[in-house]
Design a protein. Structure first.
Length: 587
């Protein structure tokens, strides 16, 4: 009996083990498709949209990406530091850069610090290659062959038919001299040379000798070649000998003219290398040297004219074309020519405060917010006068994502910091770069029209309407011409406007000619950055929101302006209409 009981017990035990394995196996299979951490994770977030906080694993409601575990506590870190997971760091494409003297790497010569100065300018005709076509003799213009600016005149070509009383008299004298040619050859030669001095051709003189008839209308020929810049006469005008008829330019070489602010002129000298790009040919870089620096300062604009001469084969470069240039500056003493610089993508604006995120650990993705005081803009960089040191490693891509992570972890961030330090802000307003500049009310009203045009362009991008984008850009160009720069009396306001205006024009012109919506959106990034700078510098008539999408611009992130707090993404339209967040409020 006991033996049967033992066998029965063993049989039940084995059956229980098999059933347990089967049940556990099915349970494991049912959870195989979910991340292993799900049992331990209370909340899930998105690497691209850290504001997402959901209790269960799944797709991001904004972009559709798989959620990731929300970062747990940050033991061992300073109170202002926070840590990102390496997975979030990679997915958000967060990039950092070390700043300071060694920012260019080991390939830069020792004890040499380098930077570039970017200038905007335009093509002008080379005054040394211009000439004035004058009248060879006095008279009345019966027929002028060139009447339009821009026409090309070739040396030796017929330019006008002229009735000249003086030449009629001279011809009569010449006819009389022909009768005494043999007896008084010297008098004959003198009268004949008089006609030649008036640029009368040899064929015309021979015609008079043969026919002995007076020519009433004399043909005048060009003695210069070039494109007509200005016409000074019309048919029927009376002109004196030597009077200017028109001005021509030989565009075989042209001048690149730049206006340099007085605080930058100390870094430039004649013979210095300069790289120039015309807006019409953005893929072609012209390497040349500065050959002239105006000794006089323009009192109205506080700028000094700087010039370089450019070869112009095929006359592709036209006077009036916009230019951008880059001058390489070096200092062999090993001292920085200017304060430390950071890329504009590293800086976040919080009202009148500027902040960056610094990576505080060499091996771990640990960051902290750092307030900085900025100087002038230098191309795609800002000068930093306070807040950073040589060797600091700052976030230059994915800055808004890092800031959102700081907010989620309750650390100092762009928005949290502003609320906590409102009192301190009042004492530091004078130190911050984004001080609001008071401008003329008429100028502000004109500029507001351009802001409204920009918003119309943005709305066209929201609906992905390329034709409407071009149409609204044309309207903006028209209204931009009505903005009167002379209304800006303050030098700092004038300087900002002079910096943004060339980029503003180029961006709008690109939008009018480009029909591909993807390429238009790439241009819209530059246009938006300029409008954000204007809004921060001069203010707006109503509250406006700076909004950011971290996935735009090939995951580098991009900003835009909106009068609505609700997100309507112009970079993706209805594909990801609500992707983005409010980065700044301008009031």
């Amino acid at each position: 009996m006991k033996t049967k009981q033992i066998i029965t017990t063993i049989t039940i035990l084995i059956a229980g083990i098999l059933i347990g394995k089967y049940v556990l196996g099915n349970t494991s299979a049912s959870t195989k498709d979910k991340p292993k951490q799900e049992a331990k994770v209370a909340h899930w977030t998105c690497s691209m949209h850290p504001e997402i906080d959901l209790p269960e694993f799944g797709p991001c409601p904004k972009c559709g990406m798989d959620l990731i575990p929300k970062t747990a506590g940050s033991e061992g870190l300073a109170s202002n530091e926070f840590k990102l997971s390496k997975n979030a760091l990679a997915l958000a494409n967060i990039q950092t850069m070390q700043i300071g003297d060694d920012v260019f790497g080991k390939d830069v010569l020792q004890n040499v610090s380098t930077k570039t100065l970017k200038l905007s300018g335009k093509i002008m005709a080379n005054d040394k290659a211009t000439a004035v076509q004058t009248a060879h003799f006095g008279g009345r213009i019966e027929s002028l062959k060139y009447r339009s600016v821009g026409e090309y005149v070739k040396k030796g070509s017929l330019i006008a038919s002229v009735y000249s009383p003086e030449l009629v008299t001279a011809q009569n004298e010449f006819r009389e001299a022909l009768n005494i040619k043999n007896s008084q050859p010297e008098l004959y030669k003198a009268v004949r040379n008089k006609l030649k001095n008036w640029k009368i051709s040899e064929s015309q003189i021979k015609q008079i000798e043969q026919t002995k008839k007076v020519i009433t209308n004399f043909k005048m020929y060009a003695n210069v070649s070039g494109y007509i810049d200005e016409i000074m006469v019309q048919n029927g005008n009376h002109v004196n000998e030597g009077a200017p008829l028109f001005k021509v330019s030989n565009l075989g070489t042209v001048w690149a003219m730049f206006d340099v602010y007085e605080n930058d002129i100390k870094n430039l000298k004649i013979g210095q290398k300069i790289k120039i790009t015309a807006s019409a040919y953005p893929d072609k870089v012209i390497n040349t040297r500065i050959n002239y620096i105006d000794p006089n300062l323009n009192q109205a604009t506080r700028t000094i004219a700087v010039r370089a001469t450019l070869p112009n084969s095929g006359t592709k470069l036209k006077p009036g074309m916009l230019l951008t240039s880059e001058v390489l500056l070096t200092n062999k003493k090993g001292k920085n020519i200017s304060p430390i610089s950071v890329p504009k993508t590293a800086v976040l604006w919080t009202g009148k405060r500027s902040v960056v995120y610094v990576k505080t650990s060499t091996n771990e993705p640990v960051f902290e917010l750092r307030e900085v005081i900025l100087g002038d803009a230098n191309g795609s960089n800002y000068k930093v006068t306070k807040g950073l040191e040589n060797g600091d490693e700052v976030v230059v891509n994915g800055t808004f994502t890092v800031d959102a992570a700081a907010q989620l972890q309750g650390k100092r961030s762009m928005m949290n910091n502003e609320k906590k330090q409102e009192t301190r802000d009042k004492n530091q307003d004078k130190e911050h770069i984004v001080e609001r500049i008071e401008i003329n009310s008429k100028f502000k009203k004109q500029l507001n029209v351009v802001f409204n045009d920009y918003l119309n362009i943005k709305n066209a991008f929201v609906t992905s309407d390329a034709n409407m984008v071009s149409k609204e850009a044309k309207q903006t160009i028209s209204n931009l011409k009505q903005v009167k720069m002379k209304l800006l009396k303050k030098p700092e306001a004038h300087k900002i406007w002079m910096e943004v205006l060339p980029i503003l024009k180029i961006s709008l012109e690109k939008l009018t000619t480009e029909t591909n919506i993807k390429k238009q959106r790439a241009t819209f990034i530059d246009l938006s950055n300029i409008m954000i700078k204007l809004a921060n510098s001069f203010g707006t008539e109503k509250t406006i929101y700076v909004q950011h999408c971290p996935m735009a611009n090939e995951d580098k992130g991009a900003d835009w302006l909106s009068t609505e707090k609700a997100i309507k993404n112009p970079y993706f339209g209805d594909k990801m209409l609500q992707c983005g967040s409010v980065a700044q409020i301008i009031e």
